[in-house]
Design a protein around this ligand. Sequence first.
Ligand code: KIV
Length: 272
Amino acid sequence: MRPTDLIKLKETGHPITVLTAWDGLTASIVEAAGADIVLIGDSLAMVALGHATTLPVTLDQMLHHTQAVGRGLQRSLADQPLVICDLPFLSYQCGEDKAVAAAGSLLKKSCAAGVKLEGAEPEVIAVINRLVRMGIPVMGHLGLTPQSVHRMGYRRQAEDTLSQEQLIKQAKQLEDSGCFAVVIEHVPAGLTKRLRPQLKIPLIGIGAGNDCDGQVRVTADLLGLTPKQPPFSPALIAGRDLFINALKDWVSQQHKKEEFPTKGINQPKPDC
Ligand code: KIV
């Protein structure tokens, strides 16, 4: 699958599925589940690295995780899902040259075939134009953009008519700049319904209603693994409880066994 193939999927009405992965294990699971796209989202800062926001994750860390995802994919190259990596905070906000170097290094050193970045401010549009001209496929991201959490919080975006018109304009600018798809996060479903037919490129939603060309989810949220579940992205299973209970059973079984190491027996002396 190539980024350009996604437009054909939109035209034929095939719903596009995007799931995040952050290491080899999650990549192999997401691939086996049949996702069209594996996204190494910067949400891994929170999901895998324990940060409170997505801001701290670095380009080197995104590369490290994307390389692990590449090693985890099991299918032959031709059959693998499309791999897209998020450009982390400050890797594209400081000018076009820096953005090309950041995105280029991800494509050069990992299996990523494209990058995703947030927003559609004039500076971001200039960056997207340049990346696309340099041969780097770009996915846009509008609505709730977590790298702007200190400005917009995690609230639903585009609630009023004016901001809805602005978002529609921005989505068209992303398309005109050469983005191959746009993620739209946590906005009213009615807005997505209006926007979708106005774009030739796929509109991929999360917390944006069903009228999208595809859906993206943070895999840890979908599996109910995250301690703090986003309200707009419900879990399919209570994965965290399932895992904890299975492991609790194992721990208590081990405690019952006689051969389980008992405190004080064969313990090395503290200075050994
Ligand atoms: O970082 C991420 O996982 C994302 C998705 C929520 C779209 O950007």
